[in-house]
Write a protein that binds this ligand. Structure first.
Ligand SMILES: [Zn+2]
Length: 317
């Protein structure tokens, strides 16, 4: 093992595979606190008062917005520290000098495992809390006003949405349970409630019972436009990154004879066209067909089925 410390540690990379390393230190430190201060400084994290008290501590990762609390460290002893970043899965072990002995390394592994378990438990707790809030809001909300600015602009029916103040609520389900709400604001901004489960969570326009064909699309408006045009139920995955997880769940939950089609957004003006590339992955994962929007000749605006529906009505998407 090379006895060099990483001098220029890279910023945590969102796409990086989960990594774990034991970095022998070249520098000799007088304390584990100082060793951690130095290690974290290489990630742009400064000004922390390190506490080597055996407990898990959180800090803001420098590559995420303030308050993200994505960084963590724990010192299982005064000889060794473990730190990492939740959003990248990156994890490192450091000692106060020289090689880390096997006992310290084992302590560090155990501490990191506890940190992960604690994080998981907190995440589930927050998801439960958000689901409870979502059910409360949903129960208290009124039927969506068909004249809501977003619906009016998109020229869509409410399809069972509800409304709280001037905010539209899209119910999001996991395993048949309401777990979150997507809020659509009058200006079209869309945000789920904080802390809810996200992966595999989906909305629905139309009804699934007894159908022979189901579409899976990204956004609610796209799903509603498709439903109005084709009269089939359309599952709302919310974004391209969630398409595959949602497609897999829909496939699991519906009988084999129900055909599933991935209706893609065509992000033709965006590098790498995430709409099409993620839809392709989702389609491959479950052996589904893809449905692509056909744009009007010369159109330089439309990227999804909802846009196309508006464009055809002579409106500006
Ligand atoms: Zn168009």
């Amino acid at each position: 093992m090379p006895a060099t410390r990483k001098q220029q540690a890279p910023a945590p990379n969102r796409k990086a595979e989960a990594r774990a390393s034991v970095l022998p230190t070249q520098n000799q430190y007088s304390s584990i606190e100082q060793a951690l201060v130095d290690a974290l400084a290489a990630y742009g994290v400064t000004g922390l008062a390190i506490r080597a008290d055996g407990a898990l501590h959180r800090f803001d990762s420098a590559d995420k917005p303030k308050g993200n609390r994505n960084g963590w460290y724990v010192c299982p002893s005064l000889e060794v520290g473990v730190y990492g970043f939740w959003h990248t899965g990156e994890q490192h072990t450091i000692g106060i000098g020289g090689e880390i002995d096997p006992t310290a390394a084992a302590e560090a592994r155990l501490a990191a495992q506890h940190a992960r378990e604690q994080r998981e438990a907190e995440r589930r707790q927050q998801q439960d809390k958000t689901a409870t809030q979502a059910r409360r809001w949903w129960a208290a909300a009124r039927a969506a006003d068909s004249g809501h600015p977003y619906l009016a602009k998109k020229r869509l029916h409410p399809h069972g949405l509800r409304q709280r103040g001037n905010v539209l609520l899209v119910p999001l389900y996991f395993n048949g349970e309401l777990v979150n709400l997507e809020r659509i604001f009058p200006d079209g901004d869309k945000r789920p409630l904080f802390g809810g489960r996200a992966k595999g969570v989906a909305g629905l326009v139309g009804k699934l019972a007894g159908v022979s064909r189901v579409l899976v699309a990204e956004g609610w408006a796209t799903a509603a436009a498709l439903h109005e045009a084709m009269n089939v139920p359309v599952v709302v995955a919310r974004n391209a990154d969630n398409l595959e997880a949602v497609a897999r769940r829909v496939r699991q939950r519906l009988p084999d004879e129900v055909a599933i089609t991935i209706a893609t957004d065509d992000d033709r003006f965006t590098d790498g066209n995430p709409g099409v590339s993620k839809a392709r992955l989702a389609a491959l994962a479950i052996g589904a067909k893809m449905l692509m929007p056909t744009f009007c000749e010369g159109c330089k605006r439309c990227t999804d089925f909802a846009d196309v529906a508006l464009c055809r009505k002579g409106e500006t998407p």
